[in-house]
Write a protein that binds this ligand. Structure first.
Ligand code: C2E
Ligand code: MG
Ligand code: MG
Length: 620
C-alpha cells in the first residue's frame, strides 16, 4: 500500500484496484481534489490497510485475483471496526445482478467502468457528505440523549425534593393542627377539640335513639392558693399530674380536655343514665383526695364538678359547657369538693346572677348603696363603744339586697374595691360627725369590713390615709375587719399590709373567727388587735362544750393581747354568759339591728345602757 500525501484535516480514501494504471489515475485525480488517497493492489492489502488506518470511504474494484471485491466488502462489513466505512464498487461488470449483489452485501454505490472522473468525484463527494450528515445526526442524537438524561436527572431530583417537601409539610400540618387542638402544658385536647367532639356527640344522639352522653366540668378548689404560695411552676406540675390521674379513670372513647387555668372538662360517651356520670364524678373526687407527690412538694387538692346530660333537642356544645359550668358553680357554693347535677332552674338563676352582676357595675356610679351601722356594746358597762358599718344595696327594682348576696359578686367582678372604699369614706365621715356631736371620754369607734380582694391593691394604705385626712378622723378610732379567707389567699401580702396599717395606728380585727381553717396559726402570725367570735359559737354557747370552747378562745385572745367581740348576740342569756367569760364587746340583735344613720342618732341621743337581765332589757 502506498499513498501520495497525508493531510489530517482531509478525508481519507482507500482505492483498491489490481490494475496499477487505474489506481494511479484515480489516486492522482482524487488527490488533486483535496483527499488523502491510499492505494491497494489487491484485497489482502486493502483489508490490512483498514486495520491500520481509518478511512472515510473505499473505492473497491470487484474483479481481482485471489480475493474479489465482494469478499473484501463482506469481510469489512463483518468487522465492527470497519463495517461503517462506505464502500463504492468500481467494476466493468454491468449486469444488474452484479449490482444487486453489490448493494446486498453493503455497498453504498456502484460505478461502471470505464468511468468519467467527474462522475466518480460526484459520487465520492455525495457519499462523504452523506456520511458527514450521518455523523452529525449521530452527534446530535448523542447530544440530545445526553441532554434528555441530564434533564431527567434534574427532574428526578426536583421530584425527590418536592416529595420530601410534601412529607415535611404534611408533618408540619399535623403538628400545627395538633398544636391548635391541644394544650401544651398537659398535652390534653383543648377547648376547640372538645367543642368538635361535643358537636359529634350531639349529632350522634340525634341519629341514635339509645345514645346518650354527659359533660363534666371540673374546677380545682383553691388552686390559686397553690399558685400563690408554691409558685406557678408547682402549679403547672400539679395540673399535669391532675390530667394524668383523670386520664386513668376514663375509657378510650371518652374525651378529657383542659379548658384553661385549673378547669377541665370530660365528655363521657355511652352514658345510659345520670347515675353513670355521678359515679364517675365520685371516682374522680375519690381519686383526687389522695395527695399528689410532686417533685418538691406533696400537695392536696380538691375539685368541684358540674354535670349535665346531653339529652335535649336544642343541645349545642356551648350550652352544654355552660350548663355543666353553672352546675360546677353550684357545687362550689355548696361547699366545694363535691359534684352537682345541672337542672334547668339553675340556668334561670344564673341569668339572674348575670343581671345582678350588670346592675352592680352601675350601682356604684348611681350611688345605690347605703351604709347601716350596728352598735358594738361594751359587755362590762353595757354602753355603746362603737359601730360596725354594714353596706346594703338599694336596688331600683328588687329593693334592699343584703351584702351576703352581692359582696361575692362584687368580689368576682372587681367592683368590691370601689364599694369598700366608698363605705370606708362614708363611715369615717359619719363617725367624725358623731364624735363631734357626742363628746365622750372614750370616743366612738367604727369598724369597716375589708374584702381580701383589696389586699392586691398596692396603694391601699395611701387610699385609706387620704380618706382619714379628708374626714379628719383620728386613725385610732378606725377598725378594719378582715376574714380568715382573705389571709389564706396571700398570707405574705396580707402580713405586709397589716403591718403597714398598724404603723398608721389603725386597728385590725379578725372577723368570723372560727369559721375558716388554720385559725390558730393565723392568730399567732398576724398581729390583730381584736378577735371577733363568729355567731355560730354564740348560738350554741348554752351547750357546755361550746361554752368551754368560747372560753378558751377568749382567754387565748386576751393572752395574745387582743380584745374580743362576740357576734350575733340575740338573747339575754348569751349576753350574760359572754359577760361572765369576760368577752370585751358584743354585737347583735339583742342590742340593735344594723341601723340607718338617722336611727343611730336617735339611739345615741337616748344614751342606752344594757344589762343582762333575763329579759335582756335596756336601761337608760
Ligand atoms: P360580718 O362582718 O360578720 O357582719 C355581721 C353580720 O351579722 C351582718 O350581716 C349583721 O347584720 C349580722 N348580724 C349582726 N347581729 C346579728 C344577730 O344578732 N343575728 C343575726 N342573725 N345576724 C346578725 P350583714 O349586714 O348581712 O353582712 C353580712 C356580711 O357581709 C358581713 O359579715 C361582712 O362580711 C359582709 N359585709 C357587710 N358590709 C360590707 C362591706 O362594706 N364591705 C365588705 N367587704 N363586706 C361587707
Ligand atoms: Mg364584720
Ligand atoms: Mg362577722
Amino acid at each position: 500500500m502506498n499513498f501520495i500525501q497525508v493531510d489530517p484535516s482531509k478525508h481519507n480514501i482507500l482505492v483498491v484496484d489490481d490494475t496499477p494504471t487505474n489506481l494511479r489515475f484515480l489516486a492522482k485525480l482524487l488527490n488533486r481534489e483535496g483527499y488523502n488517497v491510499y492505494k491497494a493492489l489487491n484485497g489482502q492489502m486493502a483489508l490490512m490497510a483498514c486495520q491500520t488506518a481509518s478511512f472515510d470511504l473505499i473505492l473497491l474494484d470487484i474483479m481481482m485475483p485471489d480475493m474479489d471485491g465482494y469478499e473484501v466488502c463482506q469481510t469489512l462489513k463483518a468487522d465492527p471496526k470497519t463495517c461503517e466505512i462506505p464502500v463504492i464498487f468500481l467494476s466493468a461488470l454491468d449486469d444488474a445482478l452484479d449490482k444487486v449483489k453489490a448493494f446486498s452485501i453493503g455497498a453504498v454505490d456502484y460505478i461502471t467502468k470505464p468511468f468519467q472522473f467527474e462522475e466518480v468525484l460526484a459520487r465520492v463527494q455525495y457519499q462523504l457528505a452523506l456520511k458527514a450528515a450521518e455523523a452529525e445526526i449521530l452527534n446530535l442524537n448523542a447530544e440530545l440523549e445526553q441532554r434528555v438524561k441530564e434533564r431527567t436527572r434534574q427532574l428526578e431530583s426536583t421530584n425527590e425534593a418536592l416529595k420530601e417537601e410534601i412529607v415535611e409539610r404534611k408533618q408540619l400540618q399535623i403538628k400545627l393542627l395538633n398544636m391548635a387542638l391541644h394544650d401544651p402544658l398537659t398535652n390534653l385536647p383543648n377547648r376547640a377539640f372538645l367543642m368538635g367532639r361535643l358537636d359529634e356527640a350531639i349529632a350522634r344522639a340525634k341519629q341514635q335513639e339509645e345514645y346518650q352522653f354527659a359533660v363534666l366540668f371540673l374546677d380545682c378548689d383553691r388552686f390559686k392558693v397553690i399558685n400563690d404560695s408554691l409558685g406557678h411552676f408547682v402549679g403547672d406540675e400539679l395540673l399535669s399530674a391532675i390530667a394524668r390521674r383523670l386520664e386513668m379513670l376514663l375509657s378510650e372513647a371518652d374525651t378529657l380536655a383542659r379548658l384553661g387555668g385549673d378547669e377541665f372538662a370530660i365528655l363521657l360517651e355511652q352514658v345510659s343514665d345520670i347515675g353513670m356520670a355521678t359515679d364517675m364524678a365520685e371516682n374522680i373526687l375519690q381519686s383526687l383526695s389522695n395527695p399528689f407527690q410532686l417533685s418538691r412538694y406533696e400537695v392536696f387538692i380538691n375539685a368541684s364538678i358540674g354535670i349535665t346530660l346531653g339529652d335535649r333537642e336544642d343541645d349545642k356544645p356551648e350550652y352544654l359547657l355552660r350548663d355543666a359550668d353553672t352546675a360546677m358553680y353550684r357545687a362550689k357554693a355548696l361547699g366545694k369538693a363535691r359534684y352537682h347535677v345541672f337542672d334547668p332552674g339553675m340556668h334561670q338563676e344564673a341569668l339572674q346572677l348575670l343581671e345582678l352582676e350588670n346592675d352592680l357595675r352601675r350601682a356604684v356610679d348611681r350611688k345605690e348603696f347605703i351604709v347601716c351601722y350596728q352598735p358594738i356594746v361594751s359587755l362590762q358597762t353595757g354602753t355603746i363603744s362603737g359601730f360596725e358599718a354594714l353596706v346594703r344595696w338599694r336596688h331600683p327594682t328588687r329593693g334592699i339586697i343584703s351584702p351576703a348576696q352581692f359582696i361575692p359578686i362584687a368580689e368576682e367582678t372587681g367592683a368590691i374595691a370601689e364599694i369598700d372604699l366608698w363605705v370606708l369614706q362614708e363611715a369615717c365621715d359619719r363617725l367624725k360627725q358623731w364624735q363631734m356631736r357626742y363628746r365622750r371620754s372614750t370616743p366612738l369607734t367604727v369598724s369597716v369590713n375589708l374584702s381580701g380582694r383589696l389586699f392586691s391593691q398596692t396603694d391601699l394604705t395611701e387610699k385609706i390615709a387620704t380618706i382619714l385626712t379628708q374626714t379628719q378622723l383620728n386613725p385610732k378610732y378606725l377598725k378594719l375587719e378582715v376574714t380568715e379567707s382573705a389571709l389564706v389567699e396571700n398570707p405574705d401580702r396580707a402580713m405586709k399590709l397589716i403591718q403597714k396599717l398598724q404603723c398608721s395606728n389603725i386597728e385590725l380585727c379578725i372577723d368570723d373567727f372560727g369559721t375558716g381553717y388554720s385559725s390558730l396559726s393565723y392568730l399567732h402570725r398576724f398581729p390583730f388587735n381584736t378577735l371577733k367570735i363568729d355567731k355560730s359559737f354564740v348560738d350554741r354557747i348554752e351547750q357546755t362544750r361550746e361554752q368551754g370552747l368560747v372560753m378558751a378562745i377568749i382567754q387565748m385572745a386576751h393572752t395574745l393581747g387582743m380584745s374580743t367581740i362576740a357576734e350575733g348576740i340575740e338573747t339575754s342569756s348569751q349576753f350574760a354568759q359572754l359577760q361572765q367569760l369576760h368577752c370585751t364587746f358584743g354585737q347583735g340583735y339583742l342590742f340593735a339591728k344594723p341601723l340607718q344613720s338617722s336611727a343611730v342618732l336617735e339611739l345615741l341621743d337616748s344614751s342606752p345602757q344594757w344589762r343582762s337581765t333575763p329579759t335582756g332589757g335596756k336601761i337608760t
